[in-house]
Design a protein around this ligand. Structure first.
Ligand SMILES: NC(=O)c1ccc[n+]([C@@H]2O[C@H](COP(=O)([O-])OP(=O)(O)OC[C@H]3O[C@@H](n4cnc5c(N)ncnc54)[C@H](O)[C@@H]3O)[C@@H](O)[C@H]2O)c1
Length: 413
């Protein structure tokens, strides 16, 4: 079978997890790697002999162009995906972007406009919606057994110790050292969007400081340990979800509540799905309350899930790869297209503003509307820097109070 998708991998840490999956696919040929960190590039080339690596993005793209590369998987820095995704589309290749799609409202507009202007190909490669439990909750929401799904919750907890986080965020200006917790929200928000087929339109957020982080994570500029968002979706449902929370809970969890039934998984359900009805809303022959392991049902509905169960993040990385193939080979539009991607990124940007303003509610632009984009197209506030310490326009305070806007963090690494 011919390899229709000729892919380059940009960023060789997270990128290598996907490279391992690309290597198993008949439809995909890997063309080149790019990483400016020598050790990471070396590791990629050793793991995949014969595939060249480049430290320079321009050289990587030039080589790719000469060798038929038609897609780039973007696993570069969290806050720099949009500008590179635009360059990739300008080169006539498909941009496949890890989280976050963009780190300012201005970038969100630029990304959407570039996709439209170039008639390019863009996919946001968010994986958490494709975990087995989330696929089951999505199925329950869509099939109607829960009734009108009015309220959802998504909780993504990732509690790193100081040495773990320090190891993953080397360099004073590495994005993980400057990232407010609310920015890493796609793992908790995107699954909920898919469950109710909704797009966030309004957001209010709050964050809290962790004393341990303040004292021990001195390489981080801010010490927020958690952030929680409340959103209204375009279809009327309400969702509450976390950022990447450093709370010591040990699990992530998702819930969907309707007027006939409710379903959840993760957390206290211990990876089982808990499905309950309320007496009169119970379908015939079904118990009021049941706990079940969803894997066999999800696999029966989608055999791709069965094939990928051992892949990273509960098999969800494998489904992302299958969605890439479906998009680029078979023309199936990705669920997380550029408009949903921009809405997710805008929710992150506005959540930070909300945290800094005592939970003020902000309207999230509809990125299908030029008029709404015009209102935010020049908003380039960002807490992130480039490697040399340039670019940060917004310095969230250690304590999240507006009067401390200008505090810059300490770094002892
Ligand atoms: N979906 C998930 O479950 C998941 C898991 C881990 C990471 N991620 C995402 O993957 C992305 C990368 O994170 P990471 O953990 O791999 O760490 P990272 O951000 O440190 O790695 C990015 C790599 O890209 C390289 N890079 C960045 N800009 C470059 C440039 N201009 N030229 C050449 N090389 C460049 C860096 O040298 C670095 O090795 C982030 O967006 C992160 O959110 C997603």
């Amino acid at each position: 079978m011919s390899k229709e998708i000729k892919i380059g991998v940009f960023g060789c840490d997270r990128g290598l997890a996907y490279a391992r999956l690309f290597a198993n696919e008949d439809a995909i040929e890997m063309v080149a790697f790019c990483d400016k960190k020598e050790d990471r590039l070396q590791k990629a080339m050793e793991r995949f002999p014969g595939i060249p690596g480049f430290a320079s993005f321009d050289e990587f793209m030039a080589y790719g162009k000469e060798h038929g590369m038609n897609a780039v998987f973007l696993a570069n820095y969290f806050h720099e995906h949009a500008p590179f995704a635009i360059k990739v589309m300008e080169a006539g290749m498909a941009a496949l972007s890890e989280c976050l799609p963009a780190s300012t409202l201005k970038q969100c507009c630029e990304l959407v406009r570039a996709k439209e202007r170039l008639n390019g190909k863009y996919m946001f490669c968010e994986n958490y919606p494709y975990m087995v439990g989330n696929l089951e909750l999505t199925h329950l929401c869509h099939e109607g057994t829960l009734g009108t799904v009015m309220y959802l919750e998504g909780e993504y907890n990732h509690h790193d110790g100081p040495s773990d986080l320090y190891a993953r965020s080397k360099g004073k200006y590495h994005w993980r050292n400057w990232e407010p917790r609310c920015f890493y929200l796609s793992h908790s928000l995107a699954p909920l969007m898919m469950m109710v087929d909704g797009i966030p339109r309004y957001v209010s957020a709050q964050a809290a400081v962790s004393q341990i982080q303040k004292e021990m994570f001195t390489f981080r500029a801010i010490s927020d340990g958690m952030a929680q968002m409340l959103c209204k979706f375009d279809n009327g449902s309400v969702a509450r979800f976390s950022g990447c929370n450093g709370i010591a809970s040990g699990y992530s969890a998702y819930r969907a509540f309707g007027d006939k039934g409710a379903a959840e998984w993760g957390g206290q359900t211990n990876r089982q799905v808990r499905l309950n009805y309320k007496g009169w809303t119970c379908p015939p022959g079904v118990p009021d309350l049941q706990y079940y392991e969803p894997t066999r049902y999800v696999c029966a509905r989608d055999p791709r899930v069965a094939k990928g169960l051992s892949a990273g993040h509960g098999g969800s990385d494998y489904i992302v790869v299958q969605n890439i193939i479906a998009y680029l080979r078979d023309g199936v539009e990705p669920y997380f297209d550029v408009y949903k991607a921009a809405a997710i990124a805008a929710t992150a940007c506005l959540s930070l503003k909300s945290c800094m303003n005592n939970g003020e509610m902000f309207k999230i632009p509809d990125f299908h509307s030029e008029e709404e984009m015009k209102e935010v197209e020049n908003d380039d506030l960002t807490p992130f820097y480039d490697d040399e310490g340039h670019g940060g326009t917004y310095k969230p305070s250690l304590e999240y109070t507006p009067d401390q806007f200008d505090r810059v963090g300490v770094y002892e690494g």
